[in-house]
Design a protein around this ligand. Sequence first.
Ligand SMILES: NC(=O)c1ccc[n+]([C@@H]2O[C@H](COP(=O)([O-])OP(=O)(O)OC[C@H]3O[C@@H](n4cnc5c(N)ncnc54)[C@H](OP(=O)(O)O)[C@@H]3O)[C@@H](O)[C@H]2O)c1
Length: 283
Amino acid sequence: MCYNKSMIIVDGKNLAQQIKNEVKEKVKNFATPPVLSCLMVEGDSASEIYVRNKERACNECGLISRMIKLPHEISQTDLEAAIEKQNNDSAVSAILLQSPLPKHLNERQAINKISPAKDVDCLTYENIGKLAAGNCGFAPCTPTGIMRILDSYNIPVAGKLAVVVGRSDLVGRPIAHMLEQRNATVVLCHSKTQNLLELTKQADILVVAIGKTKFITAEYVKDGAVVIDVGINRENGKLYGDVDFENVKNKCLLITPVPGGVGPLTVACLMENTIKLAQNNQI
Ligand SMILES: NC(=O)c1ccc[n+]([C@@H]2O[C@H](COP(=O)([O-])OP(=O)(O)OC[C@H]3O[C@@H](n4cnc5c(N)ncnc54)[C@H](OP(=O)(O)O)[C@@H]3O)[C@@H](O)[C@H]2O)c1
């Protein structure tokens, strides 16, 4: 089935470049470039790649990337002490704790040790609360990137039915809040949702963040839908989304590819959030 001839495949790289160019200009207004501290507990190969991409983007934008690699066996106490050290360093504007952490560590407890004023992915309970109350002006990087996509392609949100599949603190829950705050009617789905297909196939805007290769097939998607595929699934060295792109794309008004869709926006919005925090911390 082909919805119409004007189906849009989002060019995430291009949009991300625009955001990074804006950041580059803003960095010039600082006497010393803002510092993003990224703490990574060693042992996850995908994280190594993500962290390297973030470092590269910082260099490109003129931000300072401070990479803090911590041993796999680190204790909770030592991890929290490492975070505290960055909180107390006045040169540091933004702190990111790379997920996932090894199983012996309590990720939620560690995240809540990040100073909310330096919490670049808006993940502390304080910042999640502000976001949920619509009083933050600041949101996690991936949902911020998704809203950027919708706005850049002039996708109307108010009054639309948005179905979000996946309810992580990083993606699903915050994007559900942000879409609701832009007056969409939002349904937030998860692994215990019954009749998922009945819900998704009504969606004007479908956001999928579950981590399951090609889970969303054409039957889950309404003709003319806007489909945002957040999933990044690695199989035999290749990346796949949560959406069966080849079979879904022709039904869509707009769709994000994997790779090259949401991913580059996430990194660019991390740069943008770093600048925002640096500006806030200057005031
Ligand atoms: N593109 C990017 O920049 C970016 C950024 C972040 C994440 N990601 C990718 O996005 C994917 C999701 O990651 P995440 O951190 O947001 O989520 P996550 O923490 O991996 O959690 C997965 C979510 O999907 C739900 N889920 C799992 N199977 C489901 C099913 N069959 N039907 C409906 N819901 C289902 C789970 O429900 P329950 O809550 O009930 O368990 C959970 O809420 C991963 O592939 C990740 O790599 C990409």
